[in-house]
Design a protein around this ligand. Structure first.
Ligand code: XMP
Length: 517
Protein backbone atom coordinates (compact mmCIF):
# COMPACT_ATOMS: atom_id res chain seq x y z
CA UNK A 1 0.00 0.00 0.00
CA UNK A 2 1.26 3.49 -0.82
CA UNK A 3 1.04 5.78 2.20
CA UNK A 4 0.72 9.51 1.73
CA UNK A 5 2.91 10.45 4.66
CA UNK A 6 5.82 8.06 5.02
CA UNK A 7 8.97 8.46 7.05
CA UNK A 8 11.82 6.30 5.80
CA UNK A 9 14.40 4.95 8.21
CA UNK A 10 17.60 3.92 6.50
CA UNK A 11 19.03 1.08 8.52
CA UNK A 12 22.76 1.03 9.17
CA UNK A 13 22.50 -2.02 11.41
CA UNK A 14 21.64 -0.51 14.79
CA UNK A 15 19.97 -2.69 17.37
CA UNK A 16 17.55 0.23 17.85
CA UNK A 17 16.37 0.63 14.24
CA UNK A 18 13.01 -1.03 14.86
CA UNK A 19 12.57 1.10 17.94
CA UNK A 20 12.97 4.26 15.85
CA UNK A 21 10.26 3.01 13.48
CA UNK A 22 7.96 2.23 16.37
CA UNK A 23 8.48 5.62 18.00
CA UNK A 24 7.60 7.35 14.73
CA UNK A 25 4.47 5.25 14.43
CA UNK A 26 3.54 5.93 18.04
CA UNK A 27 3.61 9.59 17.06
CA UNK A 28 0.92 8.73 14.51
CA UNK A 29 3.10 8.65 11.40
CA UNK A 30 3.65 5.65 9.14
CA UNK A 31 7.32 4.64 8.95
CA UNK A 32 9.23 2.07 6.95
CA UNK A 33 12.66 0.59 7.47
CA UNK A 34 14.86 0.08 4.43
CA UNK A 35 18.44 -1.13 4.17
CA UNK A 36 20.93 1.72 3.87
CA UNK A 37 21.83 0.31 0.46
CA UNK A 38 18.41 1.33 -0.93
CA UNK A 39 18.93 3.04 -4.29
CA UNK A 40 18.09 6.72 -4.51
CA UNK A 41 15.54 5.92 -7.26
CA UNK A 42 13.71 3.50 -4.98
CA UNK A 43 13.87 6.04 -2.17
CA UNK A 44 12.45 8.76 -4.41
CA UNK A 45 9.61 6.46 -5.47
CA UNK A 46 8.45 6.17 -1.85
CA UNK A 47 8.17 9.97 -1.69
CA UNK A 48 9.22 10.14 1.96
CA UNK A 49 8.29 13.18 4.00
CA UNK A 50 11.36 12.71 6.20
CA UNK A 51 14.40 10.43 6.33
CA UNK A 52 16.09 9.13 9.47
CA UNK A 53 19.57 7.61 9.31
CA UNK A 54 19.90 4.98 12.03
CA UNK A 55 22.84 4.13 14.21
CA UNK A 56 25.10 1.22 13.38
CA UNK A 57 28.02 -0.84 14.62
CA UNK A 58 30.67 0.37 12.15
CA UNK A 59 33.19 3.19 12.06
CA UNK A 60 32.70 5.52 9.09
CA UNK A 61 36.33 5.05 8.09
CA UNK A 62 36.22 1.22 8.12
CA UNK A 63 37.05 -0.21 4.73
CA UNK A 64 33.65 -1.86 4.30
CA UNK A 65 31.65 0.73 6.26
CA UNK A 66 28.22 1.48 4.76
CA UNK A 67 28.14 4.99 3.34
CA UNK A 68 25.58 7.68 2.67
CA UNK A 69 24.57 8.33 -0.91
CA UNK A 70 24.89 12.13 -1.24
CA UNK A 71 21.81 12.27 -3.45
CA UNK A 72 19.72 11.40 -0.38
CA UNK A 73 20.60 14.86 0.91
CA UNK A 74 19.67 16.49 -2.37
CA UNK A 75 16.04 15.35 -2.39
CA UNK A 76 14.98 18.35 -0.34
CA UNK A 77 13.59 15.98 2.30
CA UNK A 78 14.41 16.72 5.96
CA UNK A 79 17.02 14.35 7.38
CA UNK A 80 17.79 13.31 10.95
CA UNK A 81 20.99 11.35 11.59
CA UNK A 82 21.21 9.36 14.81
CA UNK A 83 24.59 8.21 16.20
CA UNK A 84 26.29 6.51 13.22
CA UNK A 85 23.83 8.51 11.11
CA UNK A 86 25.30 11.72 12.56
CA UNK A 87 28.85 10.54 11.98
CA UNK A 88 28.00 9.67 8.40
CA UNK A 89 26.67 13.18 7.81
CA UNK A 90 29.89 14.65 9.15
CA UNK A 91 31.96 12.19 7.13
CA UNK A 92 30.04 12.83 3.90
CA UNK A 93 29.54 16.60 3.96
CA UNK A 94 32.26 19.18 3.29
CA UNK A 95 34.23 20.26 6.32
CA UNK A 96 33.02 17.50 8.64
CA UNK A 97 35.35 15.11 10.45
CA UNK A 98 34.90 12.04 12.63
CA UNK A 99 37.45 10.66 15.08
CA UNK A 100 37.67 7.45 17.00
CA UNK A 101 37.37 7.75 20.75
CA UNK A 102 39.76 5.81 22.93
CA UNK A 103 36.87 4.29 24.78
CA UNK A 104 33.38 3.44 23.79
CA UNK A 105 30.87 5.63 25.58
CA UNK A 106 27.98 3.49 26.61
CA UNK A 107 25.07 4.44 28.82
CA UNK A 108 23.77 7.64 30.31
CA UNK A 109 25.28 11.06 29.61
CA UNK A 110 24.29 14.58 30.59
CA UNK A 111 23.31 16.68 27.60
CA UNK A 112 23.54 20.47 27.72
CA UNK A 113 21.57 22.31 25.07
CA UNK A 114 23.99 24.94 23.80
CA UNK A 115 21.90 26.73 21.15
CA UNK A 116 18.25 27.17 20.34
CA UNK A 117 16.77 24.82 17.74
CA UNK A 118 13.38 23.66 16.54
CA UNK A 119 14.50 20.23 17.77
CA UNK A 120 14.56 21.49 21.35
CA UNK A 121 11.09 23.07 21.49
CA UNK A 122 9.47 22.07 24.76
CA UNK A 123 12.72 20.63 26.13
CA UNK A 124 13.95 22.21 29.37
CA UNK A 125 17.22 23.99 28.47
CA UNK A 126 17.96 25.16 32.00
CA UNK A 127 19.17 21.82 33.36
CA UNK A 128 21.13 19.07 31.58
CA UNK A 129 19.03 16.27 30.08
CA UNK A 130 19.92 12.64 30.63
CA UNK A 131 20.43 10.94 27.27
CA UNK A 132 21.47 7.46 26.16
CA UNK A 133 24.78 7.13 24.32
CA UNK A 134 26.27 4.11 22.63
CA UNK A 135 29.17 5.04 20.41
CA UNK A 136 32.89 4.72 19.83
CA UNK A 137 33.49 7.48 17.29
CA UNK A 138 32.30 11.06 17.44
CA UNK A 139 32.22 14.20 15.32
CA UNK A 140 35.26 16.44 15.87
CA UNK A 141 34.53 18.96 13.11
CA UNK A 142 31.04 19.82 11.95
CA UNK A 143 30.35 20.27 8.23
CA UNK A 144 30.03 23.69 6.62
CA UNK A 145 26.67 25.34 7.26
CA UNK A 146 26.07 23.43 10.51
CA UNK A 147 26.15 24.66 14.07
CA UNK A 148 26.55 22.71 17.29
CA UNK A 149 23.32 22.72 19.28
CA UNK A 150 24.20 20.48 22.26
CA UNK A 151 27.23 19.02 24.04
CA UNK A 152 28.06 16.55 26.77
CA UNK A 153 31.12 16.47 29.01
CA UNK A 154 32.88 14.08 26.65
CA UNK A 155 31.54 15.17 23.26
CA UNK A 156 31.56 18.77 22.10
CA UNK A 157 29.27 18.13 19.11
CA UNK A 158 26.54 15.99 20.68
CA UNK A 159 23.96 17.44 18.29
CA UNK A 160 24.27 19.61 15.19
CA UNK A 161 21.91 21.29 12.79
CA UNK A 162 21.75 23.02 9.45
CA UNK A 163 18.21 24.49 9.44
CA UNK A 164 18.65 25.98 5.94
CA UNK A 165 18.91 22.46 4.49
CA UNK A 166 16.75 20.83 7.18
CA UNK A 167 19.50 18.42 8.20
CA UNK A 168 19.76 17.57 11.89
CA UNK A 169 21.87 15.08 13.78
CA UNK A 170 22.12 13.62 17.26
CA UNK A 171 24.99 11.64 18.75
CA UNK A 172 22.62 10.14 21.35
CA UNK A 173 19.60 7.91 20.89
CA UNK A 174 16.27 9.77 21.21
CA UNK A 175 14.37 6.54 20.52
CA UNK A 176 15.32 4.72 23.73
CA UNK A 177 13.25 5.15 26.86
CA UNK A 178 16.27 6.22 28.96
CA UNK A 179 16.66 9.44 26.96
CA UNK A 180 14.80 12.27 28.69
CA UNK A 181 12.59 14.15 26.25
CA UNK A 182 13.55 11.74 23.46
CA UNK A 183 9.96 11.54 22.34
CA UNK A 184 9.63 15.35 22.26
CA UNK A 185 12.82 15.64 20.21
CA UNK A 186 11.63 13.07 17.66
CA UNK A 187 8.23 14.71 17.48
CA UNK A 188 9.85 18.09 16.93
CA UNK A 189 11.78 16.66 14.01
CA UNK A 190 8.64 15.11 12.54
CA UNK A 191 6.14 17.89 13.11
CA UNK A 192 8.04 21.17 13.57
CA UNK A 193 10.83 20.52 11.07
CA UNK A 194 9.56 18.00 8.52
CA UNK A 195 5.93 19.13 8.93
CA UNK A 196 4.69 15.56 8.57
CA UNK A 197 0.97 15.07 9.13
CA UNK A 198 -0.35 12.46 11.53
CA UNK A 199 -2.93 9.96 10.38
CA UNK A 200 -1.48 6.55 11.15
CA UNK A 201 -3.88 5.13 13.69
CA UNK A 202 -5.09 1.59 14.06
CA UNK A 203 -8.64 2.70 13.31
CA UNK A 204 -7.48 4.15 10.00
CA UNK A 205 -5.43 1.01 9.37
CA UNK A 206 -8.50 -1.22 9.81
CA UNK A 207 -10.54 0.95 7.47
CA UNK A 208 -7.95 1.17 4.71
CA UNK A 209 -6.81 -2.45 5.03
CA UNK A 210 -10.35 -3.80 4.80
CA UNK A 211 -10.95 -1.66 1.69
CA UNK A 212 -7.63 -2.79 0.18
CA UNK A 213 -8.42 -6.46 0.89
CA UNK A 214 -11.82 -6.12 -0.74
CA UNK A 215 -10.25 -4.61 -3.82
CA UNK A 216 -7.43 -7.15 -3.99
CA UNK A 217 -9.55 -10.26 -3.44
CA UNK A 218 -12.63 -9.37 -5.49
CA UNK A 219 -14.96 -12.39 -5.38
CA UNK A 220 -12.21 -14.86 -4.53
CA UNK A 221 -12.27 -17.32 -1.67
CA UNK A 222 -9.52 -17.36 0.98
CA UNK A 223 -8.43 -20.03 3.42
CA UNK A 224 -6.85 -19.24 6.77
CA UNK A 225 -5.37 -21.36 9.55
CA UNK A 226 -6.39 -20.21 13.00
CA UNK A 227 -4.29 -20.94 16.06
CA UNK A 228 -6.16 -19.01 18.71
CA UNK A 229 -3.30 -16.50 19.01
CA UNK A 230 -3.75 -12.80 18.44
CA UNK A 231 -2.05 -12.64 15.00
CA UNK A 232 -4.07 -15.29 13.21
CA UNK A 233 -7.28 -14.13 14.86
CA UNK A 234 -6.74 -10.53 13.74
CA UNK A 235 -5.97 -11.75 10.21
CA UNK A 236 -9.21 -13.71 10.16
CA UNK A 237 -11.39 -10.97 11.59
CA UNK A 238 -9.99 -8.38 9.16
CA UNK A 239 -10.56 -10.68 6.21
CA UNK A 240 -14.02 -11.56 7.45
CA UNK A 241 -14.85 -7.86 7.56
CA UNK A 242 -13.65 -7.56 3.98
CA UNK A 243 -15.08 -10.66 2.30
CA UNK A 244 -17.46 -12.25 4.83
CA UNK A 245 -18.03 -15.97 4.44
CA UNK A 246 -15.73 -16.22 1.45
CA UNK A 247 -13.09 -16.50 4.16
CA UNK A 248 -12.81 -20.13 5.27
CA UNK A 249 -11.03 -20.62 8.59
CA UNK A 250 -9.59 -23.92 9.68
CA UNK A 251 -8.68 -24.72 13.26
CA UNK A 252 -6.75 -27.96 13.66
CA UNK A 253 -6.68 -29.62 17.06
CA UNK A 254 -3.29 -31.34 17.01
CA UNK A 255 -3.74 -33.10 20.35
CA UNK A 256 -1.03 -31.04 22.05
CA UNK A 257 -3.13 -28.00 22.94
CA UNK A 258 -3.79 -26.82 26.47
CA UNK A 259 -6.82 -27.88 28.46
CA UNK A 260 -10.10 -27.02 26.73
CA UNK A 261 -8.27 -24.70 24.33
CA UNK A 262 -9.64 -26.04 21.05
CA UNK A 263 -13.27 -25.84 22.11
CA UNK A 264 -12.89 -22.43 23.75
CA UNK A 265 -11.23 -20.81 20.76
CA UNK A 266 -13.64 -22.30 18.26
CA UNK A 267 -16.83 -21.49 20.13
CA UNK A 268 -15.69 -17.94 20.84
CA UNK A 269 -14.70 -17.17 17.25
CA UNK A 270 -17.83 -18.64 15.72
CA UNK A 271 -20.20 -17.09 18.23
CA UNK A 272 -18.61 -13.71 18.74
CA UNK A 273 -17.12 -12.99 15.33
CA UNK A 274 -19.36 -15.30 13.30
CA UNK A 275 -16.33 -16.68 11.47
CA UNK A 276 -16.90 -19.38 8.93
CA UNK A 277 -14.78 -21.89 10.80
CA UNK A 278 -14.14 -25.60 10.50
CA UNK A 279 -12.94 -27.35 13.65
CA UNK A 280 -10.80 -30.33 12.65
CA UNK A 281 -10.23 -32.78 15.46
CA UNK A 282 -7.09 -34.60 14.42
CA UNK A 283 -5.76 -35.41 17.89
CA UNK A 284 -5.37 -39.13 17.30
CA UNK A 285 -3.52 -38.73 14.02
CA UNK A 286 -0.92 -36.42 15.61
CA UNK A 287 -0.57 -38.42 18.85
CA UNK A 288 -0.22 -41.75 17.05
CA UNK A 289 2.57 -40.31 14.94
CA UNK A 290 4.28 -38.87 18.01
CA UNK A 291 4.20 -42.22 19.77
CA UNK A 292 7.66 -43.12 21.06
CA UNK A 293 9.33 -39.99 19.59
CA UNK A 294 11.72 -38.32 22.04
CA UNK A 295 13.83 -36.05 19.84
CA UNK A 296 12.48 -32.47 19.93
CA UNK A 297 13.30 -31.68 16.30
CA UNK A 298 11.57 -34.90 15.20
CA UNK A 299 8.53 -33.89 17.24
CA UNK A 300 8.50 -30.52 15.50
CA UNK A 301 8.84 -32.08 12.06
CA UNK A 302 6.08 -34.61 12.66
CA UNK A 303 3.72 -31.94 13.97
CA UNK A 304 4.63 -29.52 11.18
CA UNK A 305 4.21 -32.07 8.39
CA UNK A 306 1.04 -33.53 9.82
CA UNK A 307 -0.42 -30.06 10.19
CA UNK A 308 0.31 -29.29 6.55
CA UNK A 309 -1.18 -32.60 5.47
CA UNK A 310 -4.40 -32.07 7.45
CA UNK A 311 -4.70 -28.43 6.48
CA UNK A 312 -4.11 -29.18 2.81
CA UNK A 313 -6.75 -31.91 2.81
CA UNK A 314 -9.30 -29.62 4.46
CA UNK A 315 -8.47 -26.64 2.27
CA UNK A 316 -8.75 -28.71 -0.90
CA UNK A 317 -12.23 -29.75 0.14
CA UNK A 318 -13.33 -26.11 -0.12
CA UNK A 319 -14.14 -25.34 -3.73
CA UNK A 320 -12.57 -22.38 -5.50
CA UNK A 321 -10.02 -21.26 -2.91
CA UNK A 322 -7.31 -19.07 -4.48
CA UNK A 323 -5.60 -17.46 -1.49
CA UNK A 324 -3.94 -18.46 1.73
CA UNK A 325 -3.97 -15.88 4.54
CA UNK A 326 -0.96 -15.60 6.82
CA UNK A 327 -0.16 -13.54 9.89
CA UNK A 328 3.27 -12.33 8.76
CA UNK A 329 4.35 -9.27 10.76
CA UNK A 330 6.58 -6.34 9.82
CA UNK A 331 9.69 -7.57 11.66
CA UNK A 332 9.58 -10.73 9.47
CA UNK A 333 9.53 -8.60 6.33
CA UNK A 334 12.26 -6.08 7.11
CA UNK A 335 15.34 -6.89 5.11
CA UNK A 336 17.89 -7.18 7.83
CA UNK A 337 21.35 -5.78 7.39
CA UNK A 338 24.24 -7.41 9.12
CA UNK A 339 27.58 -5.70 8.70
CA UNK A 340 29.32 -7.56 11.45
CA UNK A 341 28.82 -11.15 12.42
CA UNK A 342 27.83 -14.04 10.23
CA UNK A 343 24.43 -15.45 9.42
CA UNK A 344 22.41 -16.46 12.44
CA UNK A 345 22.21 -20.16 13.10
CA UNK A 346 18.96 -22.05 13.29
CA UNK A 347 18.63 -23.12 16.89
CA UNK A 348 15.15 -24.60 16.68
CA UNK A 349 13.20 -25.13 13.48
CA UNK A 350 10.04 -23.15 14.15
CA UNK A 351 6.89 -24.61 12.77
CA UNK A 352 4.70 -22.59 10.46
CA UNK A 353 2.72 -23.24 7.32
CA UNK A 354 5.82 -22.73 5.15
CA UNK A 355 5.76 -24.48 1.82
CA UNK A 356 1.98 -24.66 1.64
CA UNK A 357 1.23 -21.83 -0.78
CA UNK A 358 3.43 -23.17 -3.58
CA UNK A 359 2.39 -26.75 -2.97
CA UNK A 360 -1.27 -25.88 -3.20
CA UNK A 361 -0.89 -23.28 -5.89
CA UNK A 362 -2.28 -20.56 -3.64
CA UNK A 363 -1.49 -16.87 -3.60
CA UNK A 364 -0.52 -15.33 -0.27
CA UNK A 365 -2.46 -12.58 1.45
CA UNK A 366 -0.75 -11.06 4.49
CA UNK A 367 -2.85 -8.29 6.01
CA UNK A 368 -0.44 -7.64 8.92
CA UNK A 369 2.78 -7.28 6.91
CA UNK A 370 3.04 -3.62 7.83
CA UNK A 371 2.46 -3.97 11.54
CA UNK A 372 4.57 -4.40 14.64
CA UNK A 373 3.27 -6.72 17.34
CA UNK A 374 2.12 -3.88 19.60
CA UNK A 375 0.16 -2.47 16.65
CA UNK A 376 -1.50 -5.86 16.06
CA UNK A 377 -2.70 -5.74 19.66
CA UNK A 378 -4.11 -2.25 19.09
CA UNK A 379 -5.91 -3.49 15.96
CA UNK A 380 -7.30 -6.38 18.01
CA UNK A 381 -8.64 -3.89 20.53
CA UNK A 382 -10.10 -1.83 17.69
CA UNK A 383 -11.84 -4.96 16.37
CA UNK A 384 -13.38 -5.62 19.78
CA UNK A 385 -11.35 -8.65 20.79
CA UNK A 386 -11.23 -9.65 24.44
CA UNK A 387 -8.10 -9.42 26.61
CA UNK A 388 -7.87 -13.21 26.68
CA UNK A 389 -6.93 -13.19 22.99
CA UNK A 390 -5.08 -9.87 22.85
CA UNK A 391 -2.77 -10.67 25.74
CA UNK A 392 -2.51 -14.44 25.35
CA UNK A 393 1.06 -15.59 25.88
CA UNK A 394 2.80 -16.91 22.77
CA UNK A 395 2.18 -20.62 22.43
CA UNK A 396 4.49 -22.67 20.20
CA UNK A 397 3.10 -24.51 17.18
CA UNK A 398 4.30 -27.89 18.54
CA UNK A 399 2.45 -27.03 21.73
CA UNK A 400 2.77 -29.23 24.80
CA UNK A 401 4.77 -31.79 22.82
CA UNK A 402 7.92 -29.71 23.41
CA UNK A 403 6.99 -29.17 27.06
CA UNK A 404 6.91 -32.88 27.79
CA UNK A 405 10.55 -33.87 27.79
CA UNK A 406 10.83 -37.27 26.17
CA UNK A 407 7.94 -39.41 25.01
CA UNK A 408 4.59 -37.64 24.55
CA UNK A 409 1.85 -39.94 25.84
CA UNK A 410 -1.82 -39.20 26.43
CA UNK A 411 -1.30 -39.83 30.13
CA UNK A 412 1.60 -37.38 30.38
CA UNK A 413 -0.33 -34.80 28.35
CA UNK A 414 -3.14 -35.10 30.82
CA UNK A 415 -0.80 -34.50 33.77
CA UNK A 416 0.87 -31.49 32.10
CA UNK A 417 -2.48 -29.94 31.10
CA UNK A 418 -3.66 -29.95 34.70
CA UNK A 419 -0.40 -28.44 35.98
CA UNK A 420 -0.32 -25.84 33.22
CA UNK A 421 -3.89 -24.78 33.92
CA UNK A 422 -2.91 -24.02 37.52
CA UNK A 423 0.08 -21.94 36.39
CA UNK A 424 -2.15 -19.90 34.05
CA UNK A 425 -4.89 -19.48 36.64
CA UNK A 426 -2.56 -18.37 39.43
CA UNK A 427 -0.70 -15.90 37.20
CA UNK A 428 -4.06 -14.39 36.27
CA UNK A 429 -5.32 -14.38 39.84
CA UNK A 430 -2.21 -12.57 41.07
CA UNK A 431 -2.36 -10.05 38.22
CA UNK A 432 0.97 -11.31 36.93
CA UNK A 433 -0.14 -12.85 33.65
CA UNK A 434 0.37 -9.65 31.65
CA UNK A 435 3.58 -8.75 33.46
CA UNK A 436 5.42 -11.75 32.04
CA UNK A 437 6.14 -12.76 28.46
CA UNK A 438 5.36 -16.45 28.94
CA UNK A 439 4.65 -18.64 31.93
CA UNK A 440 4.11 -22.37 31.76
CA UNK A 441 4.87 -25.79 33.20
CA UNK A 442 7.26 -28.37 31.77
CA UNK A 443 6.98 -32.07 32.57
CA UNK A 444 10.34 -33.70 33.19
CA UNK A 445 11.26 -37.31 32.47
CA UNK A 446 12.25 -37.75 36.04
CA UNK A 447 10.62 -39.32 39.06
CA UNK A 448 11.49 -38.46 42.64
CA UNK A 449 10.41 -39.66 46.04
CA UNK A 450 7.85 -37.77 48.08
CA UNK A 451 5.57 -38.35 51.01
CA UNK A 452 1.84 -37.80 51.07
CA UNK A 453 0.05 -38.47 54.30
CA UNK A 454 1.70 -41.64 55.54
CA UNK A 455 2.53 -42.90 52.09
CA UNK A 456 5.69 -42.74 50.10
CA UNK A 457 5.17 -41.47 46.56
CA UNK A 458 7.38 -41.87 43.54
CA UNK A 459 6.14 -39.41 40.94
CA UNK A 460 7.04 -36.88 38.23
CA UNK A 461 8.84 -33.55 38.56
CA UNK A 462 7.41 -30.45 36.95
CA UNK A 463 9.37 -27.28 36.23
CA UNK A 464 7.97 -23.77 36.14
CA UNK A 465 9.26 -21.61 33.31
CA UNK A 466 8.21 -17.98 33.65
CA UNK A 467 10.14 -15.39 31.64
CA UNK A 468 10.33 -11.69 30.82
CA UNK A 469 11.15 -10.77 27.25
CA UNK A 470 10.48 -8.15 24.60
CA UNK A 471 10.73 -10.24 21.48
CA UNK A 472 11.67 -13.80 22.56
CA UNK A 473 15.19 -13.27 21.20
CA UNK A 474 16.51 -12.75 24.71
CA UNK A 475 14.75 -13.47 27.96
CA UNK A 476 15.30 -13.57 31.68
CA UNK A 477 13.47 -15.53 34.35
CA UNK A 478 10.73 -13.44 35.90
CA UNK A 479 11.15 -12.42 39.51
CA UNK A 480 7.68 -13.61 40.46
CA UNK A 481 6.96 -13.05 44.18
CA UNK A 482 7.61 -16.18 46.19
CA UNK A 483 4.09 -16.34 47.62
CA UNK A 484 2.70 -16.74 44.09
CA UNK A 485 5.27 -19.45 43.35
CA UNK A 486 4.38 -21.14 46.61
CA UNK A 487 0.68 -21.18 45.70
CA UNK A 488 1.39 -22.61 42.25
CA UNK A 489 3.63 -25.31 43.67
CA UNK A 490 1.20 -26.20 46.46
CA UNK A 491 -1.73 -26.45 44.15
CA UNK A 492 0.09 -28.54 41.56
CA UNK A 493 1.39 -31.04 44.10
CA UNK A 494 -1.95 -31.30 45.85
CA UNK A 495 -4.25 -31.26 42.86
CA UNK A 496 -2.35 -32.97 40.05
CA UNK A 497 -2.05 -36.68 40.46
CA UNK A 498 1.30 -37.76 39.05
CA UNK A 499 3.39 -34.76 40.19
CA UNK A 500 4.99 -34.65 43.64
CA UNK A 501 7.71 -32.04 43.12
CA UNK A 502 7.85 -28.59 41.47
CA UNK A 503 11.09 -26.80 40.59
CA UNK A 504 11.75 -23.30 39.22
CA UNK A 505 13.82 -22.63 36.11
CA UNK A 506 16.12 -19.64 36.77
CA UNK A 507 18.05 -19.59 33.48
CA UNK A 508 18.27 -16.66 31.09
CA UNK A 509 18.22 -16.80 27.31
CA UNK A 510 20.93 -16.96 26.11
CA UNK A 511 22.47 -19.35 26.98
CA UNK A 512 19.27 -21.30 27.77
CA UNK A 513 16.16 -21.01 25.59
CA UNK A 514 12.61 -20.21 26.68
CA UNK A 515 11.21 -23.65 25.88
CA UNK A 516 13.01 -26.69 27.23
CA UNK A 517 13.05 -28.51 23.90
P1 XMP B 1 12.95 -20.50 22.37
O1 XMP B 1 12.64 -21.77 23.08
O2 XMP B 1 13.62 -20.71 21.04
O3 XMP B 1 11.55 -19.83 22.06
O4 XMP B 1 13.69 -19.53 23.24
C1 XMP B 1 11.38 -18.53 21.55
C2 XMP B 1 9.89 -18.32 21.32
O5 XMP B 1 9.44 -19.16 20.27
C3 XMP B 1 8.46 -20.07 20.74
N1 XMP B 1 8.77 -21.35 20.10
C4 XMP B 1 8.12 -21.83 19.04
N2 XMP B 1 7.08 -21.33 18.35
N3 XMP B 1 7.14 -23.20 16.95
C5 XMP B 1 6.58 -22.04 17.32
O6 XMP B 1 5.59 -21.62 16.69
C6 XMP B 1 8.21 -23.77 17.58
O7 XMP B 1 8.67 -24.84 17.22
C7 XMP B 1 8.71 -23.04 18.69
N4 XMP B 1 9.73 -23.26 19.56
C8 XMP B 1 9.76 -22.21 20.41
C9 XMP B 1 8.59 -20.09 22.24
O8 XMP B 1 7.37 -20.44 22.88
C10 XMP B 1 9.03 -18.67 22.53
O9 XMP B 1 7.93 -17.79 22.53
Amino acid sequence: MQHEETVVILDYGSQYTQLIARRVREAGVYSEIHPCTLSSEALKAIKPKAIILSGGPCSVSDEDAPQLDKTVLELGVPVLGICYGMQLLAHTLDGGKVASSKEREYGRAELTLSAGSALWEGVDATTPRTVWMSHGDHVVAIPKGFSIIARTSSVEAAAMADPSRNIYALQFHPEVAHTEDGETILRNFLFKIAKVKTGWTMASFVESEVAALREKLGDDHVVCALSGGVDSTVVAVLLHKAIGDRLHCIFVNNGVLRQGEGEEVVSFLTEHFKLNLKYVQAQDLFLDRLDGVEDPEKKRKIIGHTFIEVFEREAKAIPGVKWLAQGTLYPDVIESVSFRGGPSVVIKSHHNVGGLPEKMDLKLVEPLRELFKDEVRKVALELGMPDSIIWRHPFPGPGLAIRIIGDVTRERLDILRKADKIVQAELHAADWYRKVWQGFAVLLPLKTVGVMGDDRTYENVCALRIVDSLDAMTADWSRVPTDILARISNRIINEVKGINRVVLDISSKPPATIEWE
